[in-house]
Design a protein around this ligand. Sequence first.
Ligand code: AMP
Length: 451
Amino acid sequence: PQEWPGKGFIMSFEELQLAAPIQKAIKTCGYTEPTPIQAKSIPEVLSGRDVIASAQTGTGKTAAFMLPMLERLSTMKKGPKGAPRVLVLTPTRELAAQITDATRNYGKYLKIRSSVILGGSSYVPQFRDLGRSIDLVVGTPGRLIDHLERGSLDLSRLEVLILDEADRMLDMGFKADMEKITAAAPTERQTLMFTATMDRTMENLARKLLNNPVRVEVAGKRVTHDKIAQHLHVADDVRHKKKLLRHLIDDRKLTRAIVFSATKRGADRIAKELSADGHRAAALHGDMSQAARNKTVKNLRDGRIRLLVATDVAARGLDVNGISHVINFDLPQVAEDYVHRIGRTGRAGASGVAISLCNAGEDAIRLRQIERYIGHNLPQQVIEGLEPNRSLQKSEPKSKQGRSRSQNRNGGRSQGNKTHGNNRNKENRGGFKGKRSAGPKKKSGIEVVYR
Ligand code: AMP
């Protein structure tokens, strides 16, 4: 491993003195400077240390681990069959596919033998790839274990293990699989763990799997979404939600949206109904074949689809630019997923809109968890003619200060900085400007939007 004088941040890619083909690829990608996660992690990864990094998708975390991996792989001869030097473990097939794409871009001027080993895909190319000398494997836990057990994958020569979105792998029940895989790798390996959240569970996992790791955190643990206008609509029932959805997607500013559904069947149903209404809509969920999912994502990317109705798992790691709106038709089960979801919009400096539809009754607790997690309340909007009969605060207990939810819901904030909240409100209004005949009207602290 290389020594890095005065370890820590780097300011430019040149400082890293990566192999010329990698530098050339970085230029081809159009990257002019490292993102914060890259500036902080790449020197540490190159130095050979274990790293635990909290970073969300969209921060450039893939290059943060892949560039130093390519540097490592650029310098060695052929190894034995089916025994990769680097393994990237990911929770979902989509994320694996994205890492593979990124690797192809970053490694385009290198000869790296890599393979992607995913569940739900044919074994034939996997056996073929693993039957040869291989440098890098990207895969999901289940199928990798399958290959380990069949003897087609050998991890005894692994140099670096990367756990991407480790928190998500835990959420998805892959803990035992992760441990099995790490147990099959040499103890003196380098381990890199990337996670969107850093809580006690993650700390414990890191303690188990990593050796004296360097911690890397990029500013704002829960990524602030300054550029994303967030608000919510209260709905009486599913029919009401559908009416709201129909209204919301008529917004001309909505160029490309992801509509989140709690279930696969729900996603299918909504996509079907929207298509029947003449919208360019499609579903994305785990029951679809890999080929169908790839095609759908491509259609979204290419603009053939305007509305993607997805489940959390399917949309995880989805990296499509130009998503103008995220609509939570169903609130996420887990507060963190709210942040993952809305992070699909407002990418690459663009602004975005995140709208949550919330059931007046049963969603109140979930909403409160989300608001606590993000550190501020979601301002409520009401569309004239589509007002809810029930109000959210009725089903909620009084807060500690004895203040009712409605007083606290004026787009106000329970904590955090004020400017941020004000900006958000401004953005909210901007997002709906075209729909209004007059300026914003306040109705008991709720912003009214005209149809
Ligand atoms: P990731 O967090 O790895 O999913 O990356 C998010 C997006 O940022 C991807 O579209 C990358 O191509 C892009 N990206 C990664 N590193 C840089 C960089 N240094 N400069 C500009 N864009 C980058």
